[in-house]
Design a protein around this ligand. Sequence first.
Ligand code: HEC
Length: 146
Amino acid sequence: MLKKSMILLASLLVATSLCLAQEKTNQQPVVKKTPIKQTSAASGKEMYSQYCAPCHGTDGKGAGPAASSMKVMPTDLTQLARKHDGKYPANSVASVLKFGSGPASHGSADMPVWGPLFKSLDKYHETVVQQRISNLVSYIDSLQAK
Ligand code: HEC
């Protein structure tokens, strides 16, 4: 009887140490959500590197440090004009920023909806929110592949 429970205990120990080893090798990047930081609404570049580069990459190509943990890869923002017959789709980028990318077309909850975040940042000053969005839209325009 005693012998049996010793064996059981021993195998339990082996099982738990296996689990621990697996946890160590299975390390996935962990994306931490932090409160939105203040930036200058006048600088599309500053806002982009603070808010967008973690996922879309500094170069806009979609390979930021947080990208590998997304279900859907962040869009390559340098190809937006190419994908739209050479015309940068400024209005649709602005609307994605204001209202989100929409579950119907992309089905990803990873892309944040920036409108409400900017509103909270700017204490509901609609003109500043508009300025942020339009400066981000122009900054992404400047990243378009030629
Ligand atoms: C937490 C990661 C993450 C951050 C931060 C992020 N994005 Fe995205 N973004 C995504 C993902 C994932 C997609 C692709 C799936 C989708 O469209 O929802 C995407 C898609 C997009 C699209 C394309 C939508 C379309 O309709 O094709 C645009 C434009 C965009 N992001 C702009 C931005 C801008 C500008 C910022 C910064 C203000 C930003 N993103 C920040 C993850 C992110």
